[in-house]
Design a protein around this ligand. Structure first.
Ligand code: ADP
Ligand code: PMV
Length: 654
């Protein structure tokens, strides 16, 4: 612990206090539940604009002022523009106990028409991530995004009066909406608002408010540098976080709504469950109940069976992602869990060896913990030990999600996606926590990442290696030991503060990359396309290549030799062109970035330009660049206003 601690603090253990919160939180009238609710109220109060003297809009006590543009989305839930209605509605709610609200400062100028056909532009962070796609649908020139890049919001059908709606998207709107209210909306004579003098009871109004604000979480992809597959068999692996990320938006619905929806936009998986009909009772029987701080090392077949009728209607080939969600949701939630829509988008190629599944399950675990009040959000006041505990809890439950998706994971992917940076990971005994050592001196390596675009499934490859090991235990055992040696040697170089990527150290690392790949070929997890990448890159003499992740297709990376002059540059360009001609995508990306982060509430932008990221904006953001720019998270440590990261080992930025 590096910071001063209050020695007079009560000595209740951390886990005990969580047990108390856990039990307490299920009770809607409990202090912890009330605290969470009052946090929401405080948030909304902070958003409430001050009264302006020249009011032209004065709602009656108990009346609702609703915006004519409030529109319901496809699910029947009003979002985005509809939150304008919510804001007015909050004003009305406030007026029950205080003098009638006057027209507000923030209403001024809303009549100003914004151009209907324009993409919204807002201040954007630099996007150092470069994506080279020399052939294929997106053209032949590598695209490099600069600090000036503005997020692009895909064109939505313009609402009747764009002026109010669009401005609200950019200015801060409270991150909630009230579907039922919008059903009663009628346009006012000025095309904007109309007050309705239907009195509403306080309990009715409360039932329309969500319990929590909308928020977002995000987790990175990873690259395994050495030791994949061997790590499943108890050997060590070295892996680092990659600047590609998944983003999960959690939109809370009014209290009278009792549904939970999952929208995995990239895989077109969209499903809604009725919260009250889920098998809560079975999940909370003493024999089955799992607590937030339990480290689960295997899935419970009975719980999975109890979920199967709820998963049966999902025919999507990625159904396992929904299993991961529902299993974790029922373990971590309660029958009082708030109604919400979980919307996920990711910039990570799916099933390509970069840990897309772990990144998704880390987001789900973090979001469900946050939603149930079981995590302390990152802040400068959080002791390192507490940070580490939050990360452990997220990681343990992300591992549960990983088990749902690919059966027998080592846990390295979710560990890196949770903690970020670079780690040496080993899990000898599955009933115990893994050994994780952070690489404090992980160097900036000249890497090229190549996606063969050959699809494959991690679960199948992991089980193929198990099969080979069963039929050739001695030989396979020796190969796994050899991989372990490679990792140990690489570790000495990568965790060495004297490492210099411009001398013989790099050559040694490169040779270890090549040896590791050869061993993976022997284990049967390469693919002709991966071998073709090696032929093109290593054959040109610019670096050393190995598959990364489960293999069988997916991605490879090359450690590049230092480029000495134009001839080397030309060789690299030629390699990239050849790879693109053969349908592969190359990325220049950074390694060793942050792990899981949270944006609570889902407001982004600089302090004077804050905007609420609505679910609609998130879904409408165009491509990976649009998503990154909208949420304000990029691979370097800039442009992340509002986001918090639990950083147990990075005290300088706490
Ligand atoms: N963007 C995404 N949205 C929803 N689920 C995803 C997404 N990306 C990955 N997944 C889940 O992860 C699985 C792929 O995991 P896996 O085969 O381990 O590949 P990877 O190497 O990318 O982790 C998918 O089948 C799906 O269940
Ligand atoms: C093959 C393995 O070592 C890594 C799999 O990585 P990915 O799912 O392909 O990103 C499996 C594991 O560690 O769980």
């Amino acid at each position: 612990m590096t910071r001063d601690q209050d020695s007079t603090a009560p000595s209740t253990s951390y886990e005990d206090s969580y047990k108390m919160v856990d039990k307490d939180f299920l009770d809607v009238s409990s202090p912890s539940r009330k605290r969470a609710e009052s946090e929401v109220s405080r948030y909304y109060d902070a958003q409430e604009p001050t009264a302006a003297p020249d009011s032209e809009f004065v709602p009656d006590v108990g009346s609702l002022s609703l915006d004519s543009n409030a529109t319901a989305n496809a699910n029947g839930n009003a979002n985005g523009p509809a939150s304008i209605a919510s804001e007015s509605y909050r004003s009305a709610a406030g007026s029950l106990t205080s003098p009638p609200l006057q027209r507000r400062d923030s209403d001024r100028g809303r009549g100003r028409e914004l151009p209907r056909k324009s993409s919204l532009s807002m201040s954007a962070a630099p996007i150092p991530f470069q994506h080279h796609h020399r052939k294929g649908s997106s053209g032949s020139v590598p695209r490099i995004y600069s600090a000036a890049a503005a997020p692009t919001i895909r064109q939505q059908p313009a609402p009747e009066s764009t002026s109010v709606a669009a401005e609200h998207l950019v200015n801060s709107t409270p991150p909630f909406s009230s579907p039922s209210i919008t059903e009663t909306v009628r346009p006012g004579t000025n095309g904007r608002t109309r007050s309705m003098s239907r009195p509403r009871s306080l309990s009715y109004i409360k039932s329309m408010e969500p319990e929590l604000p909308d928020f977002m979480v995000s987790a990175p992809a990873k690259v395994i540098m050495y030791g994949e597959h061997a790590v499943v068999h108890g050997k060590a692996a070295i892996a680092a976080a990659l600047s590609l990320r998944s983003f999960l938006h959690v939109h809370h619905l009014p209290r009278d709504n009792r549904t939970v929806s999952l929208h995995f936009a990239d895989i077109k998986l969209n499903h809604t469950w009725d919260i009250d009909s889920l098998p809560w009772d079975f999940f909370s029987t003493p024999a089955k109940k799992r607590l937030h701080f339990d480290a689960i090392t295997s899935l419970d077949a009975d719980l999975l069976e109890a979920l199967s009728p709820f998963l049966a209607p999902i025919t999507n080939k990625y159904r396992s992602a929904a299993t991961a969600f529902l299993y974790t949701y029922l373990c971590l939630g309660s029958k009082h869990s708030p109604a919400a829509v979980f919307t996920l988008r990711s910039t990570i190629p799916i099933g390509a060896g970069l840990g897309s599944s772990a990144s998704v399950t880390v987001c789900l675990s973090a979001a469900l913990h946050l939603q149930s009040g079981m995590l302390v959000r990152p802040s400068a006041k959080l002791f390192e030990e507490e940070c580490a505990r939050q990360l452990k809890r997220i990681n343990d439950w992300a591992f549960v999600g990983e088990m749902c998706i690919h059966g027998n994971p080592s846990g390295v992917d979710n560990t890196v996606a949770t903690g970020g940076k670079a780690v040496l990971f080993r899990r000898g005994d599955y009933s115990k926590p893994p050994e994780v050592k952070r690489l404090e001196h992980f160097p900036e390596l000249p890497l090229m990442l190549i996606n063969t675009n050959q699809s494959r499934r991690t679960a199948e490859l992991v089980s193929a290696v198990h099969g080979l090991r069963n039929s050739h235990p001695t030989t396979c055992g020796l190969m796994l030991d050899a991989i372990d040696n490679v990792t140990a040697e690489a570790m000495m170089l990568l965790d060495n503060k004297h490492f210099r990527p411009d001398d013989s150290h790099l050559t040694r690392l490169g040779e270890l990359v090549r040896i590791n790949h050869g061993l993976l070929v022997s284990l049967g997890v390469s693919h002709p396309k991966l071998e073709r990448v090696r032929q093109i890159v290593d054959g040109s003499g610019i670096g050393w290549t190995k598959l990364t992740g489960a293999g069988g297709g997916g991605c490879a990376f090359s450690v590049l030799r230092p480029l000495c002059g134009p001839a080397d540059e030309a060789k690299k360009v030629k390699v990239e062109e050849t790879l693109a001609e053969e349908g592969m995508v190359t990325y220049d990306s950074t390694l060793g970035g942050d792990g899981v982060g949270v944006l609570w509430p889902s407001m982004a932008g600089k302090p004077d330009e804050r905007y609420h990221i609505t679910r609609e904006m998130f879904l409408a953001a165009e491509g990976n660049e649009g998503v990154e720019a909208l949420v304000g998270v990029t691979s370097l440590g800039t442009g992340r206003l509002g986001w918090g990261f639990w950083r147990e080992w990075l005290p300088e930025e706490a």
